[in-house]
Design a protein around this ligand. Structure first.
Ligand SMILES: Nc1ncnc2c1ncn2[C@@H]1O[C@H](COP(=O)(O)OP(=O)(O)O)[C@@H](O)[C@H]1O
Ligand SMILES: [Mg+2]
Length: 256
């Protein structure tokens, strides 16, 4: 098994609170891997440590064989990792196309000198990026929405635009933090197919957090369960579902 992402005993302490305690996981390449757990279990904190938004108090995250310790988020993006957030983060007044373009700009940020000088090369890049963004929108079936403002789209499509923008950075690993949160059953089902489709089309490894058990159970081959910052179980969906520790953890959680 080739490992796309390895967390080796990562711990995050906020003052006296240990939000995540020595969490370890190996996410295999090309798989859709799930992270579940009740509210406040530490799931988003795990993602923040992986993406460099937080530096672990101890432990190491490896992206393939590269330790990410001390690296800033933009640097980690440039290595081929992208994410979406629990609350959708889009520029609501910009068009779908412009939102996706910000993903490409992220990739080219080192080329700032061209931007400042507005050289012919810059205009050529702009044109090329627009073409690439349109092509990406085509591949995720959002092309006909390209000129809509992000705020004009239904909730489910906004989530897809956020994912498309993440794809614009050219990731090998995509992290999705509760992608189905706030969606109705039809949007959730639609998103499940969407995630499977982009994994295939873009040859991705996907690591996703989800509160919705059914969603994770249907999409993921393997799952880790976090409770109070500690990994309490790992395995295939059918084993996780009947694991007594997991059932106990979820009983205390009114949203589950
Ligand atoms: N930046 C922060 N500062 C202090 N406490 C935090 C911070 N981020 C998260 N926490 C706390 O860490 C715990 C885990 O939060 P989080 O990772 O968001 O959980 P989950 O995503 O599983 O719902 C919670 O108790 C939360 O209040
Ligand atoms: Mg969270």
């Amino acid at each position: 098994m080739n490992v796309a992402l390895r967390c080796d005993k990562i711990t995050m302490k906020f003052g006296g609170l240990t939000a995540v305690n020595e969490f370890s996981v190996d996410v295999p390449e090309k798989e859709i891997y799930g992270l579940i757990g009740p509210n406040g279990a530490g799931k988003t904190t795990v993602f923040n440590m992986i993406t460099g938004n937080l530096q672990p108090t101890s432990g190491v995250v490896y992206f393939k064989d590269t330790p990410l310790t001390g690296l800033k988020p933009y640097k980690i993006v440039s290595l081929g990792m992208a994410r979406t957030f629990q609350n959708i983060r889009l520029f609501t007044n910009l068009s779908v196309l412009e939102n996706v373009l910000t993903g490409f700009h992220h990739k080219l940020q080192y080329n700032i000198i061209n931007t400042v000088l507005r050289t012919p090369r810059f205009s050529k890049n702009e044109k090329l990026m627009k073409e690439m963004a349109m092509e990406l929108l085509e591949r995720v079936n959002l092309r006909e929405h390209a000129d809509f403002k992000a705020s004009e789209l239904p909730y489910g499509d906004r989530r897809k635009v956020e994912i498309a923008r993440a794809l614009a950075t050219g990731p090998k690993l995509l992290l999705l933090d509760e992608p189905a949160a706030g969606m109705n059953p039809q949007e959730t089902l639609d998103l499940m197919y969407f995630i499977e489709e982009i994994r295939e089309k873009f040859d991705l490894t996907i690591f996703l957090i989800e509160h919705d058990m059914k969603f994770v159970m249907n999409l993921c081959r393997r799952i880790s369960v976090l409770d109070h910052g500690v990994k309490i179980a790992e395995g295939a969906p059918e084993d996780i579902q009947k694991n007594p520790d997991v059932i106990r953890a979820y009983l205390g959680d009114i949203d589950a």
